[in-house]
Design a protein around this ligand. Structure first.
Ligand code: NAD
Length: 292
């Protein structure tokens, strides 16, 4: 059976939709109401998965689930704050009650923050760690025991960032949270791989999504959002390409998956040779885009 085309879903390099290992699988996607999460939800549904679309923005989660259902797929929406342990525990209970298993857990919800560290408030530090790191921890804590108990293996994909692999100035809290997601993912992969659960950390470069409009900005960029948005549009990739990379990471069991490779991989390689040189290059790149 040919699955109906869903606008926004892409499948670069995978040979188009058809019967795949995703058919009939159960996927949970946090941050599924927008950007990367939305594109991945559409793509996995197109490949035959049942998708639980999770977001703090209820209307967006419902809109994505409705889009999937309207196109003939299977989806439901959940309003959950991933920073809340209770919220994610209830989510796990609800999903297992409905479907009895989870094959793909995509811990993707995240927030941004940009600006000099001396202008960053402690509340902003706490929020970014709570959503970007503890959101993933909550997913792991409440879903992994159930995934192990259900048997049959599974996949966990965590959204890190290029700033989980190297650093730029004025993104210290964000890079801190994403470096932690890389460490968490590598540790999980080492531990859960032998138990049949594969783990990937997806590391996008610049992606055109609403995160750039919604994230707090301090310092020189604060009243120059338009310039930032223009720059993002010029260098950014579409979220559909990240969704493709998520699917590839699952199919090929990739642990660290930069996307696009050309934007992320060279700087990551340099970081492994010389963190100091990599930091200097990050400063130079940031200097090029910083408003004068
Ligand atoms: P987005 O803003 O389009 O999507 C993020 C979604 O997460 C939104 O729907 C938002 O409502 C949801 N969310 C935020 N806080 C939440 C919470 N506490 N609980 C549940 N949901 C919450 O942004 P995006 O670019 O698609 O971001 C997805 C992930 O990709 C994030 O982890 C982000 O850090 C990461 N990322 C983005 C880029 C980029 O350039 N856009 C680059 C690298 C990494």
């Amino acid at each position: 059976m040919r699955f109906p085309a869903i606008p926004g879903a892409n499948l670069v390099g995978l040979g188009g939709p058809g019967p795949t290992e995703f058919n009939g699988k159960i996927a949970v996607i946090t941050g599924g109401g927008s950007g990367i999460g939305r594109s991945t939800a559409l793509l996995l549904a197109r490949l035959g998965a049942t998708v639980h679309v999770v977001d703090i923005a209820r209307a967006n989660a419902e809109a994505v689930a409705a889009e999937i259902v309207a196109a003939g797929g299977k989806a439901s929406a959940h309003r959950v704050d991933v920073g809340s342990a209770k919220g994610v525990e209830t989510l796990a209970e609800t999903v297992y009650e409905a479907d009895g298993r989870v094959d793909i857990l995509f811990n993707n919800a995240g927030v941004g923050l940009q600006g000099p560290v001396e202008l960053t408030t402690l509340d902003e530090w706490k929020k970014i760690i709570n959503v970007n790191l503890m959101g993933v921890v909550h997913g792991v804590h409440f879903f992994v025991p159930r995934m192990l108990a259900q048997g049959g293996g599974g996949h966990i994909v965590n959204t890190a960032s290029m700033l989980g692999l190297y650093v730029w100035p004025e993104f210290v809290p964000y890079a801190t949270s994403k470096h932690a997601v890389i460490g968490l993912s590598e540790g999980l992969a080492a531990e859960l791989g032998p138990k049949g659960i594969h783990v990937s950390a997806i590391c996008p470069g610049v992606v055109n999504t609403p995160i750039h409009e919604s994230s707090p900005i301090h310092g020189d960029f604060a009243d120059r959002r338009d310039e930032v948005a223009k720059w993002m549009n010029r260098v950014g990739i579409g979220p559909e390409s990240v969704a493709d990379a998520v699917v590839e990471a699952i199919i090929h069991r990739q642990l660290i998956r930069p996307v696009p490779r050309i934007q992320v991989q060279p700087a990551w390689a340099l970081r492994r040779i010389s963190p100091r040189a990599s930091g200097a290059v990050g400063r130079m790149v940031f200097g090029l885009v910083k408003p004068k």
